[in-house]
Design a protein around this ligand. Structure first.
Ligand code: PGA
Length: 257
């Protein structure tokens, strides 16, 4: 099978970002309800950043207007800045509370996010615990992902190999620059983060990578048609049977679908 065939099977392009986000939310809703009908929990891997905001907005609407329950939902977030207080306005703890958790009926004990205040000497153990918890629950059913302009997934920056697991990582210059406006200056952006690894992400049963807008078109083209390499961590995903790239027309403009 040529790479092109693999790509065509796994790419879904929508006219604009709302339609793409709704499609992702719908898949998540259906998976939650399917597990509910079996009386089982669902394990969701969740992302932060601008990209998933509309997905969470849709899921909140589905909860409020269509009765979608999150009682059987267990979540593991991809990453968190380090160091970072959970109460900080720009922490991913705060992001998730604001955009999703405080607005649905998820049980607080079912929420897992790497902690930006884990003590340095405990970090390795805490990261291993994070991995163990995911595995003990049977693995991630659906992993939602964005993509950085440097090809990172989670905070797996260029150079992250396919065998990586949850760990502390130094943030790439592009990543810190992209966060500078939110932090009101590059000097305020943390230099490190805790992130699930590429291997953690690739172990998910279904992976939905969402990319929106023309600022993602160059990296999407590179990840989908360039070399499969640690320099572009998202490139590892395209040969996986369980990957689906969900793009809006602007993000897809450089690829031939
Ligand atoms: P963004 O970030 O959604 O804010 O563009 C994506 C990412 O860095 O994974």
């Amino acid at each position: 099978m040529s790479e092109k065939n693999i790509l065509i099977n796994n790419i879904n392009v929508f006219a604009e970002e709302t339609a793409a986000s709704k499609a992702v939310a719908m898949q998540i809703k259906q998976a939650i309800e399917e597990k509910q009908s079996l009386g089982q929990p669902i394990i969701l891997g969740l992302a932060t950043g601008n990209t998933p905001k509309l997905v969470y907005h849709e899921l909140v609407n589905m909860h409020k207007n269509e009765g979608l329950s999150f009682e059987n939902v267990i979540t593991f977030n991809l990453d968190e800045y380090y160091p970072m207080a959970p109460s900080h306005q720009l922490s991913y703890h705060n992001f998730m509370n604001m955009h999703l958790f405080s607005q649905v009926n998820i049980l607080p004990e079912n929420i897992h996010i790497p902690h930006g205040q884990w003590k340095a000497e405990e970090l390795i153990e805490k990261c291993e615990d994070y991995e163990r918890k995911i595995q003990e629950l049977g693995g991630i059913d659906i992993q939602l992902l964005g993509i950085g302009r440097n090809g990172h997934i989670g905070f797996n920056e260029p150079g992250s190999t396919s065998d990586t697991r949850t760990r502390l990582i130094d943030l790439h210059e592009i990543t810190r620059n992209d966060a500078a406006a939110d932090f009101e200056g590059l000097h305020n952006v943390p230099y490190q983060a805790i992130t699930m690894g590429i291997q953690t992400i690739m172990s998910a049963k279904k992976i939905l990578l969402l990319a929106l807008g023309d600022r993602k078109s160059v990296i999407i083209h590179k990840a989908l048609t360039g070399e499969i390499t640690a320099n572009v961590p998202a490139s590892y995903l395209r040969i996986l049977p369980q990957i689906e790239f969900v793009l809006d027309a602007e993000a897809a403009v450089l690829i031939n679908t």
